[in-house]
Ligand binder design. Structure first.
Ligand SMILES: Nc1ncnc2c1ncn2[C@@H]1O[C@H](COP(=O)(O)OP(=O)(O)OP(=O)(O)O)[C@@H](O)[C@H]1O
Ligand SMILES: [Mg+2]
Length: 462
């Protein structure tokens, strides 16, 4: 996939900023904007840009500082500095600091377009060059660090580790167990392993072990002979047979019954099984990838999961981190989902306000990447213009500030005041729910009425 070029426009004059944005929008660029150098730098940290167009005179933090910091953090990013007429020394300084070009005010839209086109062309050529080199490296199995497995986004250390494991497990036939909370990308990773393996042109077959009753799961996995149970009107091949020479993905493996566990163990050990109600022994060459949001080792300890089966499966364990433990990937995921929606819905490029990244990066994401994907989709579908702002995420905002404070506030205000604010908010909510009946509110919060009165007084709520 060829990503659109990402441009960060930094300009304190709103009219000027919109003018530049308008020129850029005629091309397939993805644009983000900031109205001063400080915002630009904090935005850039979370959300790299390929090209930065920055004004020189701004407060706080001027354009030269923006240039210097950005070139230090990301030497490949190109920067164009906008200077006022007659400030040659600034332009010279900018070039020394590594600016790709500068443009003097006042300038025409055409002048700007030409410069940007030139710079983006060079940028794209270089990106293509890097990509080819990376592909070559990958073919030799030497790539390290950031690697993008198809549509799996992530460059946090935890995800890089996952990519390396995916790569290693792809060249092997050993069983894999993928652990992770709901929505962390277990199925995506299972597919990546299959499609990077020598089995990639053979079937990838999925079975959701939690969705079927014991009998149905057994017949689903191993197939059945005609008449072997009520409803078995025809002989049916099982998923193991269908996945022969390919990969079988056993989702929610933690849910299978002890009876099915025994049968599964046998296939894993001997590559052999019989269809339900069948005599003939069938043999298959099927690679197993299992997934679960449970801790299988715990299940083994509790006697719910066979230890021998656990060891058969748990050859290559992969632990997918919850999204809140790799927040640095959130901006990239946002861009990825927005771009995909733009394409799917044939929408014009959508701009994303910096505070959207801020808001979404601080949320807890109990539903992980799936929840983020859904939240973005809802916002894009419901937004009437081509710009996402925090207002498009009000329902999320409620849960972020459910307790009256956001994570970043906690850091600013310190723990004690944050806790007080949370306490006050909870009391107000309880009072609202209890329709003002204080004893009822105390009961909702699980505190003694006397303690509750003390707190009401403390927060001036009496
Ligand atoms: N790293 C990622 N990059 C891009 N998309 C992702 C990533 N991780 C997950 N997704 C997307 O999030 C959604 C959920 O992923 P997936 O179905 O693989 O999760 P799961 O762990 O199997 O969840 P569950 O346990 O609920 O079945 C999918 O639409 C998937 O494409
Ligand atoms: Mg899943």
């Amino acid at each position: 996939m060829n990503d659109p070029i990402k441009i960060l426009v930094v300009e304190d004059n709103a009219t000027m900023r919109e003018g530049i944005t308008e020129v850029l929008q005629k091309q397939q660029y993805q644009i983000v904007t900031a109205s001063n150098g400080r915002d630009a730098l904090s935005l850039f940290k979370k959300h790299r840009a390929d090209l930065v167009i920055t004004d020189y005179k701004m407060n706080p933090v001027d354009g030269l500082t923006v240039l210097k910091e950005i070139k230090t953090a990301s030497p490949d990013t190109e920067v164009i500095l906008i200077t006022a007429f007659g400030t040659v020394d600034v332009a010279v300084e900018a070039m020394k600091l590594g600016a790709a070009d500068f443009i003097t005010k006042p300038f025409s839209p055409d002048e700007l377009s030409v410069k940007i086109e030139k710079i983006t062309r060079i940028f794209l050529e270089r990106r293509q060059f890097i990509k080819t080199t990376e592909e070559n490296l990958y073919l030799r199995g030497e790539i390290e660090g950031q690697y993008n497995f198809g549509e799996i986004i992530g460059s946090s250390p935890k995800m890089v580790e996952i990519f390396q494991l995916v790569q290693k497990s792809a060249v092997s036939d050993s069983s894999v167990v993928i652990y992770g909370e709901s929505g962390t990308g277990k199925e995506l990773v299972a597919r990546a392993i299959h499609y990077n393996s020598h089995r990639k042109n053979k079937p990838f077959i999925k079975v959701n072990c939690a969705a079927l009753s014991e009998t149905l799961l057994e017949s689903e996995l191993f197939g059945h002979e005609k008449g072997s149970f009520t409803g078995a009107i025809k002989t049916k091949k099982g998923r193991f047979e269908l996945a022969d020479t390919g990969t079988l993905f056993l989702d929610e493996i933690g849910e299978i019954s002890s009876n099915v566990q025994v049968k599964l163990l046998r296939v894993l050990q001997e590559q052999e099984f019989e269809r339900v109600g069948g005599e003939e022994t069938l043999s298959v060459d099927t690679r197993i990838i299992a997934a679960t949001n449970k801790n299988l080792q715990e299940a083994v300890k509790k006697g719910l999961f066979r230890e021998d089966l656990y060891y058969r499966l748990h050859i290559i364990p992969l632990h997918l981190p919850p999204l809140r433990e790799r927040r640095e990937d959130i901006p990239k995921l946002i861009d990825f989902f927005v771009q995909r929606l733009e394409k799917d819905m044939a929408r014009r490029p959508i701009q994303i306000n910096p505070d959207v990244y801020e808001l979404l990066s601080n949320y807890r994401w109990p539903g992980n990447v799936r929840e983020l994907e859904n939240v973005i989709e809802r916002a894009v579908v419901l937004s009437s213009n081509n710009r996402l702002t925090v207002d498009d995420f009000t329902s999320l905002g409620q849960s972020v500030s459910e307790f009256g404070v956001q994570l970043e506030d906690v850091e600013k205000m310190g723990l004690d005041s944050a806790l007080e604010k949370i306490e006050k908010t909870m009391i107000e909510k309880a009072l609202f729910k209890a329709q003002g009946v204080r004893s009822e509110a105390a009961r909702i919060l699980g505190v003694k009425t006397s303690a509750f009165y003390y707190k009401l007084e403390k927060y001036g709520l009496l």
